[in-house]
Write a protein that binds this ligand. Sequence first.
Ligand SMILES: Nc1ncnc2c1ncn2[C@@H]1O[C@H](COP(=O)(O)OP(=O)(O)OP(=O)(O)O)[C@@H](O)[C@H]1O
Ligand SMILES: [Mg+2]
Length: 390
Amino acid sequence: MATNNNRNLRLVVIDSDAAARAYIKRWLAGKGVRVVGESEDCNSGLRLARGLQPDLVLLELPAKGATPTMEFVKRIRMEFPGTGIILSAHDASPQLILSCIRAGAQEFVARPIDGAELDKAIEHVRQLSGVTLQNKTRGRVISVLSSKGGIGATSITANLGIALSERTGSRVVLVDMSFPFGDLGVMLDAPARYSLTDALAEGAIEETKLRSVLVSSAAGVHLLNVAASPEVSEEITRRHMVELVGTLSTMFDYVLIDIGRQMDERTVEILELCDTVLLVSALDLPTIRNTVCFTGILSKLNIDREKTHVVLNRYHKKSRLSLDDVETMIDRKVYWSIPNDYAPMSMAIDRGVPAVKNEPRSKVSKSFVDLAERIHSLGTDHPDAVEAVG
Ligand SMILES: Nc1ncnc2c1ncn2[C@@H]1O[C@H](COP(=O)(O)OP(=O)(O)OP(=O)(O)O)[C@@H](O)[C@H]1O
Ligand SMILES: [Mg+2]
């Protein structure tokens, strides 16, 4: 089978120099290599690699005490035989390069890292990938971001998640990151007794810990509350988000994260890591202005324009604004419009059973199902739907 050279490679950078990490991230932006995790040292780097299962690790080999790093390289090689390893060091002696290769690295770049050299090293590992990158699958991570409060982000997360699970037989988890927490649990009538913070006690977020705090709903999807209250949520860091997204994506086919309007370093991390951002908008001027503002923020954050899709909720033809007006204002096509359908949506809230399940024949439910099918059909194009190689 052919190697899919067009998909994004997922890279974890382990480097004690923050400036070097920032340079690498900037240099690689938009070049088909996505920095999905960063870390300062090998120990936390190993946790990241376990959670994220990257295609590539770019690792600094310190001038003094190279032995632990070499041990780390051997470990990565043993645990993740399909992951490419590139080392960087000031001393590029043939002896050192040979030791790196013997430990299991495929490439070596000199420090300070030169972007063009890094490109060559990555390209070389990419070519080798026909042999080295393993056949693995990783679930798709979709963030639902709201342009304004109360316009339906949580409803979309719940209904889309159920539609994906029912129509495609996918394993789906919904993550409640919006404030105040708990709306998803109410919509699914699945109150959470535990949340992610209960799983943090010590060490990294891993599958067994996550399983103990997931709630399974009658609607067939799982649910994870990130924190029981805003105060507790302070314990959660950007790093936790990397581990969370990485681990959930190995456990589920779809990870849908209701971000709401929360913009902080944790949600930014999620927006960077996820495969798709659904930016929810509505047909009124203040909301559309906010949507324009959010698309600007996403672009400043270097979030891929192509992965962001605007979903217009509560669409109705009699609105004073037309779809064309909206598309002109937001300077992009609307990806999907969900009709305004008050009765099934409010009935769903009263019953704790989302509309897709409670009234599958309603207009709004059909729209959610069609949206799920459109999103699912992208599956093979999405950057991490890894083709078999070798
Ligand atoms: N397409 C729709 N048609 C009719 N009503 C809808 C539609 N989508 C959502 N609603 C209703 O809008 C209200 C707000 O929805 P929801 O809680 O999903 O919004 P939200 O953006 O998550 O709000 P918050 O900012 O409070 O988190 C709910 O009563 C829901 O039933
Ligand atoms: Mg909400």
